[in-house]
Each structure stands twice: as C-alpha cells, then as structure tokens.
Write a protein that binds this ligand. Structure first.
Ligand SMILES: [Fe+2]
Length: 232
C-alpha cells in the first residue's frame, strides 16, 4: 500500500529515528544494519511522532485480514513491537523470520522505488506452486525456469511511504544498498492475532486462536503473587 504522508510527519519520524540510533551504526556486526529492537528501541508506537503511522498500520492490517477472508468480529489485532531499522551503504539484514508474531509490516521512510538502496527479499520457502516437491529446482523439469510464481524469492524496492504487510512466518532479508550517499530507513511492526475477549454466552475462541490476553493468567514465579485474577 502506497501511503501519502504529510511531509512534516515524515520529517519528524525521520528525525526521531536518527536521534534514537544515536552514535551506533550497526548491530553490532558492522555489516549488519542497526535495528532498534536489538538496542531497546522497540516501542515507537508509544511516541507521538509515530501516531499517524500507527493509525495507517491499524487500518491497513484490517484491510489485509478482510482480504484474506477473516471475520473481523472474531479476531483482535495486537501490536507487539515497532522498531526502526537504519542501514548504511553496504549493510544488510540476514535472512530471518519473526516466530513471535503472526503478521508483520514494514514502512519505508525513504527510497525511490529503484531498489538501489537495498530491496527487501521475501523468500518463498514452501514452493507451494511447484505442486510436486522439488520440481521447480530445474534439471530439465516441466516448469519454466525462473517462472515468477515458482521463484525462490520476490524483491520489493523501498519507496518513501510504502507500507508492506506479510505473514510473520515468511523468511525475509534486506539486500545491501548501492546508494553511497543515503541511509536506508524503515520501520518494522509485529502484530499478533487473538480471539476477542468473551463472556460465557458469546463466541468462544476457536481451537487454534489464542484467547484474548486480557483473559490470560500470568503465573507467579519465585513466589510472586499472580498479577491478574483468574476469570470465574
Ligand atoms: Fe524482519
């Protein structure tokens, strides 16, 4: 989704991200971009400079779920974490996914759509379109070599204002930037789905969807009393 931010909002977000990064320029491997979640900067959603972006993510995540066939009356979305990523020229983020979350998003503060400041590579690890496991590898198989629906990955070029949502289980990586004059600036989000809070006469959580966290019970550790009472 291409968003149209107010230039002042963009300037404030950019300024805040650079201020939060401070003097650190990597993660700490010098080839790896600085990612806020490694440095205690994972709650941008609590900062007023990011309130506009938070609203957009909330709205677009709901559109995304609706487009996938979700009944929004039967799920709740929770934002876990929101952190900035700043890549210097040549820096990368290695292949990974986010096992703590269900739905992830990334918003680009800059980029011209050419990919020269480092594409996001989304890997197609399951190759579900090859139908017969292993067929898309090649070796004179019946599937056209490099067909986009059977490619091993898809690259997305950063563009200022672009908001991308994808399943958190998708492996992804950031490719190195060829732009020697600019940083690559993005903001990442991790979201979780649960059932809505419910009373006895309402829809109960389906089997594989966690109940609403407001109905969880934090168990005491080391003799501490429980922080919440169990629902009757
Ligand atoms: Fe990531």
């Amino acid at each position: 989704m291409q968003l149209r931010p107010d230039p002042l909002d963009s300037a404030l977000m950019l300024q805040e991200v650079l201020a939060l990064r401070g003097e650190l320029h990597s993660n700490p491997d010098p080839d790896c971009a600085w990612t806020g979640d490694f440095h205690g900067v994972w709650q941008l959603h609590q900062r007023p400079e990011f309130s506009w972006l938070l609203q957009q993510v909330s709205r677009e995540a709901q559109h995304y779920l609706r487009d996938l066939g979700f009944d929004l009356d039967r799920v709740r979305l929770h934002l876990q974490r929101c952190w900035p990523v700043v890549a210097e020229p040549g820096q990368v983020v290695g292949r990974h996914h986010h096992p703590n979350a269900h739905l992830s998003a990334v918003y680009y503060l800059n980029g011209d759509g050419s990919g020269r400041n480092g594409c996001l590579r989304l890997f197609n690890g399951r190759h579900s379109n090859e139908l017969v496991p292993g067929l898309a590898v090649g070796h004179d198989g019946p599937i056209a070599t490099g067909h986009p629906l059977n490619a091993g990955w898809h690259d997305v070029a950063p563009q200022a204002g672009l908001l991308l949502l994808f399943p958190s289980s998708t492996d992804h990586a950031v490719l190195p930037s060829d732009d020697e004059d600019d940083l690559r600036l993005s903001i990442s989000f991790d979201l979780c789905l649960t059932a809505p809070a419910c009373g006895p006469a309402e829809f109960q959580p389906p089997e594989y969807l966690a109940p609403h966290p407001g109905q969880w019970l934090e168990l005491p550790l080391a003799g501490d009393p429980p922080s919440r009472k169990m629902e009757p």
